[in-house]
Ligand binder design. Structure first.
Ligand code: PLP
Length: 393
């Protein structure tokens, strides 16, 4: 068999990520590959660090993209900050808090779990109680925007509580960065990681991270070596640290970094506040349409992430068949439920470049048709009009 070039179908990506990539980013990624120590590339890296500082709203010197997806940003934070024997309080209200626990344990630490129901936010009182009961805890870790449910926790308050108990903080902002406020310096976050494939409208495969001075001191003063050579910040800093002067650590994903640079230029052109407002507005429109059809959100209104809309699948509708019809007939991808939510909810993303009125109308129109054909008990012919009312207000 002769294998030919792969040409993927054109989709509209409205799941939990990856989301639609801005064509400007794809064009930037197709520019000539140059050396990762080429002075022109190093100049681009300095700009990239500056742009990331803007996205994270931080002056942290060590703000850079890890050369691998969000999970590697997560591992970078845990591998560098957790030493064997460290007690870490991990808040879990969905799938990704569970991965934090795994990370703590694989680093030789012990995880004290603060559990909240899936679909709810992390309860600050429970965190406070856990820290009072564990005065020897060194770190608090939580997910700001839980992609498995669409709940957004109050990062500022959780960090304040952690600091009151003299703990460092590790925050997952994979789904929040670029979509809702992430204010690293104002909220005093010590270590944070994100991903490029969600509200930054970029391709998957890079993980922006940022570390405070306090976090870096802990990394520099470790009594044991970081167990991962690749993720050891003490070594990575030789390439990404400081300005202008760089030494080889690993071969940087050159063209992927052009893409992230372009994505952050686009974010800066729009302005962070405007990007957050765009996500909020389109969420309200999508919400109006979904609720007009009779679908209900699983997260309380005040805690909802605009970029990740988790709604209950109407009774009697087969999850996989409905999503397959959306994909085959409309080339539209929405997300299935994860973990305990599998088969019960759909996760509809409105992330970055994909967060626009065309996608809101397309998704609502397609759902109306597919659910109608499946004889679901939903209100037909009203969703697009309800969304239009919000968007034209
Ligand atoms: N954390 C959260 C909240 C996520 O949503 C994801 C991915 O969806 C990750 C971590 C892992 O990121 P990646 O899949 O890029 O490794």
């Amino acid at each position: 068999m002769t294998v030919k070039s792969f040409h993927p179908p054109q989709r509209t990506l409205m799941g939990p990520g990856p989301s639609d990539v801005n064509p400007r980013i794809l064009e930037a990624m197709s520019r000539p590959t140059i050396g990762h120590l080429d002075p022109a590339f190093i100049g681009m890296m300095d700009e990239l660090k500056g742009l990331l500082k803007y996205a994270f709203q931080t002056e942290n010197e060590l703000t850079m993209p890890v050369s691998a997806p969000g999970s590697a940003g997560m591992e970078t934070c845990f591998a560098n900050l957790v030493e064997p024997g460290d007690k870490v309080v991990v808040c879990q209200n969905g799938v990704f808090g569970g991965r934090m626990k795994e990370n703590v344990e694989r680093c030789g630490g012990s995880a004290i779990m603060v559990e909240d129901e899936w679909g709810k936010v992390v309860d600050p009182n429970k965190l406070d109680e856990a820290l009072t009961a564990n005065p020897d805890a060194k770190i608090v870790a939580f997910v700001h925007a839980e992609t498995s449910t669409g709940a957004q926790s109050d990062a500022k308050t959780l960090v304040e509580i952690a600091h009151k108990h003299d703990c460092l903080t590790i925050v997952d902002a994979v789904t929040s960065l670029g979509g809702t406020a992430v204010l690293v310096d104002e909220w005093n976050i010590d270590a944070i990681y994100s991903g490029t494939q969600k509200c930054l409208s970029c391709t998957p495969g890079l993980s922006p991270v940022s570390f405070s001075q306090r976090a870096l001191e802990k990394v520099r003063n470790r009594s044991s070596k970081v167990q991962s050579w690749f993720l050891d910040l003490n070594l990575v800093m030789g390439y990404w640290g400081g300005e202008g002067k760089r030494a080889y650590h690993h071969t940087a994903p050159i063209n992927a970094l052009y893409g992230l640079h372009e994505s952050l230029v686009i974010l800066q052109e729009e302005g962070l506040q405007n990007a957050w407002a765009r996500h909020a507005k389109h969420h309200q429109a999508l919400r109006a349409g979904l609720e007009a059809m009779g679908l209900s959100f699983i997260v309380d209104e005040k805690d909802r992430l605009p970029q990740l809309n988790a709604v209950t699948i109407p009774e009697g509708v087969d999850d996989a068949s409905a999503r397959a019809m959306l994909l085959n007939d409309y080339s539209l991808e929405i997300g299935a439920g994860l973990g305990v939510m599998a088969g019960k909810v759909w996760r509809i993303g409105l992330m970055g470049h994909a967060c626009n009125s065309r996608n809101v109308y397309q998704c609502l129109g397609a759902l109306d048709d597919v659910l109608g054909r499946m004889n679901a008990r939903v209100e037909r012919g009203v969703a697009v009009a309800a969304a239009h009312k919000v968007l034209s207000a």
